[in-house]
Every structure is written in C-alpha cells, then in structure tokens.
Design a protein around this ligand. Sequence first.
Ligand code: SF4
Length: 372
Amino acid sequence: MKYVDEFRDGELARALANAIAKAADPARTYRLMEFCGGHTHAISRYGLLDLLPPNVRMIHGPGCPVCVLPIGRIDSAIALATQHDVILCTYADTMRVPASGGLSLFKAKAQGADIRMVYSCDDALRIAQENPSREVVFFAIGFETTTPPTAAIILQAARLNLTNFSVFCNHVLTPAAMVHIMESEQDPAAVAIDGFVGPAHVSTVIGSAPYEAFVARYQRPVVIAGFEPLDVIQSILMLVLQINEGRAEVENEFTRAVTREGNRKAQAMCGQVFEMRESFDWRGLGEVPYSALKIRPEFAQFDAELRYQIAYLQVPDHKACECAAILRGHKRPTDCKVFGTVCTPDHPIGACMVSSEGACAAHYTYGRFRVV
Ligand code: SF4
C-alpha cells in the first residue's frame, strides 16, 4: 500500500538502527519520550526497542487520549446517560475506560443507558437529527487531532439550528502537557528526558511552530514523527544526532504532511468555537493550567456542561493502578503489580490498558513476554 509499505521496510529499519548504534555515545544514556500513544503502539508493535542499543531508552508519554481522561469525567458522562436520559455518543475506546463503582460506559449501556459508539462525531449529529424528541450529547475527547471535527459539528449544529444536540467537551492540548512534564521538577534542567518524539497527526493541525518556544525554553529537541516504524526510528536517529551535537531544535521528520504553520483552516475553526480552560485535571498529570478547551459562550447552547450543570468531581485511580506514574514516564507497565494478571485488555483496571495506544495495552499485546 502506497505511503505505508515503503515505511515498513525491514532492511531500511536495520540500516537506521545501525546508524543509531553507531551514533549513540556509549558513555551516555539517551532518554527519549515518545509523547503520543500512537508512537508507543508503533514501538511495541514493530519491536523497535529490540533494534535500539541499550543506552537509547524510550519513555512512554501521556499522549493517549483515553488514558489521560480522569475517572470523574467518565462518571459525568455516565451520569448524563443515566440521570438525564440523553443519547450519549462517543468513540469506541472511551466506552471501556473504568469509571467509579466498577462501571464503564459499556457497562452502563448494558444496564440500559442509551450510549452509542460512533465512528465520527458527524454520526452523533445525524442521530440528533433522526431523534428530534431526544437530547443527544457527543462526549468529545482527544488532542488537537480530533478537535477540528468537533468544532465542525458544533458549527453545523448552529447552522441547522439543532436544539437537541450538545457536546461534552474534553479536548486537551499537547504543548501544555509537554510543558507540564518539564515543570514537574523544581529545576526543569533536572528532568530526566533528553528529547521528545512529537506527534505527527497533532502537528498536521497545529504545525511545528508551537514547539519552538518549548524547545527554546527547555533546551530539549523535538522531532515530529509519523507513525510507521521507519518514521519512528528515523526520528530517534535525528534526536540522537541533535543531542550529540548539543543542539535543541524542532525538526520535522513527517514532512509529507506537517508544515510549520499547520492547517490554518482547522485552527481558525477551533478558534471560533473553543477557548482555553484555565485548568484541566489530567489523569496522571493532575491539574494542568491552560491545557484544555471549552466551548465559547457564543455557542453556549451546545455546551453540555452548561446545559446539564455538570460539576466535575476528582476521583482517585484504583489503588493498585500505576497509570499516573506511567503517564508521567516514571514507571513502566511491568512495574505495576497487577499488569497482565488482574489487569488485561479484556478486564482493564486502569485506563492505560484500554486503548491500543495505552502503554500497558501496547506492552501486553506485543511485548509482555520479554523484559523492557
Ligand atoms: S497494568 Fe492496569 S492497573 Fe496497572 S498501571 Fe497498567 S492500566 Fe493501571
């Protein structure tokens, strides 16, 4: 398949791995965070860790949309469906995230709540049009990649003058989370990350420019990378070379879709519909200032948080779950006592075991029989 097969070529992958081994200074360790769960998945699926020298370490970051959604937000979504009798629409992965009281959206659906899995937020709008006597809420999650479609359906709902449709907005922002990771130590220079693999899909929307201030401030290189194995391994080589040369720059491995400016049309649409939240509670990271979006007052009639007076309640993770430490890059899936025993993709205890982009699910699926 064009644009896929050529980026999965084993010979080229081995050549790039050899270049990394040659470039990596044996006297030091390279600690590289892949921010995005899509990269975590690719690294596990294609066995890229096996190709890297031991002193090039990959650290999983918090860029899996369902993993960073706190339990309180899932509880609110379940309450919308069970207490307000709305038709709640959302993406598939969200359905399985564990919530309070042993519930999930799937279990609430099994108990009778009208919760529907959609492939696109456009489907939620269609469901609202087909059910004029019912209230329909789209439970919107995700990073900058999934934000423009949510903006588009709110604009479309306004054009159609739909009165039975609203959005429970939980969209979060990548650069703010990266800043938060670097600010986790009193002295950011002490943060044990030498460089970041940046997400390609997010960057097709926001462009590469938003990482420039981050790189200038924290002196950590960022290489924006695609999700095929050659993209990822090429980006690791680019990071190793930058670190060796003492450079900290934004580099773009995914030139086939990412530009410096990004998608201006999508940015304008998001700017029209959304504004910054002062703070948002992330699973694993806690309250992160200016890291998420809410619906602008001009579109208040489509804001489910206002319409249903949703009050957010912070709920702690399961006692045994190490998701918080894994999402911060402090622990690995195998550090969790219940990994692969009590907690599996069929019976997830924590959010990192739900989505294929979650570090625990990726490691369980592709690498649980070897030590990483
Ligand atoms: S294995 Fe399960 S319980 Fe443990 S950290 Fe991962 S998701 Fe949480």
